[in-house]
Design a protein around this ligand. Structure first.
Ligand code: HAS
Length: 551
C-alpha cells in the first residue's frame, strides 16, 4: 500500500456520508417489502387487505427505490469519495452545506411518506397530473429536491477548496465525476422544480382551478430522463475509478473518462420527448430531434464499455495473460467488490440495447406503456446501477465505520449478488416478454373479464412474482450485511479503492475543467431542443384540467 491507499475519511466527514447511506438503506428496505407484495398481487398469488391499496404500494416502491434510495446513496457516496480524495476531510463549507441538505431531504422524504401512508398520494413516482395528491406530498418532494441541491453545493464547495489548495493541478477523477453529476442534477431538476412549484403546489392547494397536463409532463421529462443518468453516472464513477484499483490495474484513460462525463452534461437534457413519443401536442419534427440526440447520448456509454474492456485486458496482460481472452481468467472473481459491478456491466449490455429499442420512434409504439418499460428499468437502474451501489456499500460502510469486510461477509455478498441476478433475470425477463405481448404496465391484478389474451399472460406474471420473491431474499441478505458492516464487523481498516491513471495515458486537457463552457453548450442545446416546443405548448395551451383521485 502506498500513502494514498491509507487515506481514511475523518470522523466528521464519515458521519455525514453515513447519515445519507443509512437513510438510503431504510428507504431500500421499505421499497423491497412493497416490491415483494406487488409481485405477489400482480401474479394473482395474494390479495391485499382493504386498508392497503396496490397503487399505494407501487407509489411507495417507486418513490423509495427511485428517488430516496438513489439520491441519498449517491450524495453519501460522493461526499465520502470527495473526502477520500481530499486527504480524508471535507472543507468546512462542504460539511455545513451537506448537513443542511441532509436535513431538508430527510424532512421532505418524511412528509411525502406520511401522505402516501395516509393514502392521500397514490400518484406513483412520476406523479403525473391530472392525478392529484395531497399538497404536502408535492411540498415534501420539493424539499427532497432542494435538499439535494445543497448536497450538490457541498460537492462544489469541496472541489473549490481542493482547487484552491492545488492551484493549476488537474482535480482527482472521482471529484470531477461527482461535480459533473451534480451539475447535471442542478440543471435537470429545474424542470421538475418549475412543475412542482408553479403548477402542482398551487393546483393541489386549490389556489388555481386547473393544470396544464401537457406542459407538466414535458417539464417532468425534462427532469425524468437526466434523472436516469444521475443514477448511472455515480455507478460509472465506481467503474472508472474504483474497479481498476480492485483488479490491480490502472485507470485506462483519465481524459476519456472525463470526456464521457462532459458528454452526459451536454446530451442528457435535450432528449426528454423520447418519453412522450406517443403523446399528442408535440410535433413529429421536435420528437425527431429528441430521438437523434437520444441516440447521441448512447455514445458516452459506448466509450465506457470500451474503456472497461481496455482496463480489464491491459490489467490481465500486465499480470502475464497471453491468449486472446486469457486476461478474463485473471480477474478477481471471488471479490464481491469486483464481481457485483462486473455483473452489472454484463447486464447493462442487453439493458442498453433495450434503451435503444425504446428510443427508436417506430419501436416505441410497440413497447410504450407496456410492462416492457418496467423490465427495461429493472435491468438498467435495478441491476447495473443497484449492483454497483451494493458493492460500493460493501467497502464504503466499513471504511467509514472503521471495520473490515470479512471473508464471510464477502462470500455472502457474492451469494446476495447471485440471488439478485437470478431474481432479476426471471422478473425482468418475464416483463420484457409480457410487454411484447401488449401487457400494460402499472396495473393491479386483472384478467380483463377473462379475456383470452390476458389469461395467456398469467404464467409470465407468476414468473415475475417468483423473481420478486428471490429479489426479496436477496434484499434481506443485503440489509443484514449492511447492518453487520455498520455495527458488528470486526474493527479494522477497509480501503476506499481509488485507481491511479495509467502511465501510458495522454495528459488530461485543461479544457475538460472549463465548466462554464460545458454548461453554456448544454444550455444552448436545451434552448435548441425545448425553446420552440415549450413556447408552443404555453401559447396554445389546452384547457386546464381539474384534479382526479384515481385510487
Ligand atoms: Fe431508459 C424509459 C431510452 C438508459 C432508466 N429508462 C426508461 C425508464 C427508466 C429508464 C426508469 O427512448 C422509465 C421511465 C418511466 O417510468 O416511464 N434508456 C434509453 C436509452 C438509454 C437508456 C437510449 N434508462 C437507461 C438507464 C437507466 C434508464 C441507464 C437507468 C439507470 N428509456 C429510454 C426510452 C424510454 C426509457 C426511450 C421511454 C420508453 C417509453 O416509451 O416509455 C441508453 O443510455 C442506453 C445506452 C447503453 C448502452 C450499453 C453500454 C454497455 C456498457 C457495459 C459494458 C460491459 C462490460 C463488461 C465492459 C449502449 C457500458 C462486458 C464483459 C464481457 C465479458 C462481455
Amino acid at each position: 500500500m502506498n500513502r494514498e491507499d491509507n487515506v481514511r475519511v475523518d470522523r466528521a466527514a464519515a458521519k455525514l456520508s453515513l447519515a445519507h447511506i443509512y437513510v438510503a438503506f431504510i428507504g431500500f428496505a421499505i421499497a423491497a417489502l412493497c416490491g415483494l407484495l406487488q409481485g405477489l398481487v400482480r401474479g394473482g398469488i395474494v390479495t391485499l387487505p382493504k386498508w392497503l391499496g396496490y397503487y399505494q404500494l407501487l407509489t411507495t416502491h417507486g418513490v423509495m427505490m427511485g428517488l430516496v434510495f438513489t439520491t441519498f446513496f449517491i450524495i453519501g457516496l460522493f461526499l465520502a469519495g470527495a473526502a477520500r480524495t481530499s486527504d480524508g476531510k471535507l472543507s468546512p463549507a462542504a460539511s455545513k452545506l451537506g448537513w443542511i441538505g441532509w436535513w431538508m431531504m430527510t424532512i421532505g422524504t418524511g412528509m411525502a411518506t406520511v401522505t402516501i401512508l395516509m393514502n392521500d398520494a397514490s400518484v406513483l413516482y412520476t406523479f403525473y397530473a391530472p392525478m392529484k395528491a395531497s399538497p404536502w406530498f408535492y411540498v415534501g418532494a420539493a424539499l427532497l429536491v432542494v435538499g439535494s441541491w445543497f448536497g450538490g453545493y457541498a460537492i462544489f464547495a469541496n472541489y473549490a477548496a481542493w482547487k484552491k489548495a492545488n492551484r493549476g493541478k488537474t482535480s482527482p477523477l472521482f471529484q470531477y465525476m461527482a461535480v459533473s453529476t451534480m451539475i447535471l442534477w442542478q440543471i435537470a431538476t429545474l424542470g421538475v422544480a418549475v412543475e412542482v412549484v408553479f403548477q402542482l403546489i398551487p393546483w393541489s392547494f386549490g389556489w388555481v382551478d386547473g393544470v396544464d397536463i401537457l406542459l407538466s409532463r414535458s417539464l417532468f421529462w425534462f427532469f425524468g430522463h437526466p434523472l436516469v443518468y444521475f443514477w448511472l453516472m455515480p455507478a460509472y464513477a465506481v467503474w472508472y475509478v474504483s474497479i481498476p484499483k480492485i483488479i490491480g490495474g490502472k485507470v485506462f484513460s483519465d481524459s476519456l473518462a472525463r470526456t464521457s462525463f462532459v458528454l452526459f452534461i451536454l446530451l442528457s437534457m435535450p432528449v426528454g420527448f423520447h418519453h412522450q413519443l406517443m403523446e399528442p401536442g408535440i410535433s413529429a419534427s421536435w420528437k425527431m430531434i429528441h430521438v437523434i440526440l437520444t441516440l447521441m447520448v448512447v455514445v458516452p456509454s459506448l466509450m465506457t464499455a470500451f474503456s472497461m474492456f481496455a482496463t480489464f485486458e491491459t490489467t490481465g496482460r500486465a499480470k502475464g495473460a497471453k491468449s486472446l481472452f486469457g486476461w478474463f481468467k485473471t480477474l478477481p472473481w471471488g471479490d464481491v467488490r469486483f464481481f457485483a459491478p462486473f455483473m452489472g456491466m454484463l447486464y447493462f449490455i442487453p439493458a442498453g440495447a433495450g434503451g435503444i429499442i425504446n428510443a427508436s420512434n417506430q419501436l416505441n409504439q410497440v413497447i410504450h406503456n407496456t410492462i416492457w418499460v418496467t423490465g427495461h428499468f429493472h435491468l438498467t437502474v435495478g441491476t447495473s446501477v443497484a449492483l454497483t451501489f451494493f458493492a460500493a456499500a460493501y467497502w464504503i460502510i466499513p471504511h467509514l465505520t472503521g471495520r473490515k469486510l470479512t471473508k464471510t461477509a464477502n462470500r455472502l455478498g457474492i451469494v446476495q449478488t447471485v440471488l439478485w441476478l437470478v431474481g432479476m433475470s426471471m422478473m425482468s425477463g418475464a416483463m420484457h416478454f409480457l410487454g411484447l405481448q401488449g401487457a400494460p404496465r402499472r396495473t393491479d391484478y386483472t384478467t380483463y373479464f377473462n379475456d383470452e389474451t390476458a389469461l395467456g399472460w398469467m404464467s409470465y406474471q407468476k414468473l415475475m412474482a417468483m423473481g420478486g420473491e428471490i429479489l426479496f431474499f436477496s434484499s434481506i441478505l443485503l440489509i443484514g450485511l449492511v447492518v453487520y458492516l455498520a455495527f458488528f464487523a470486526p474493527k479494522g481498516e477497509e480501503e476506499f479503492p481509488i485507481g491511479e491513471t495509467s502511465e501510458n495515458a495522454e495528459a488530461t486537457p485543461k479544457v475538460l475543467e472549463r465548466w462554464g463552457l460545458w454548461v453554456g453548450i448544454a444550455a444552448f442545446l436545451i434552448v435548441l431542443a425545448y425553446g420552440v416546443p415549450l413556447a408552443q405548448q404555453i401559447n396554445h395551451a389546452p384547457p386546464a384540467s381539474a384534479g382526479f383521485r384515481t385510487w
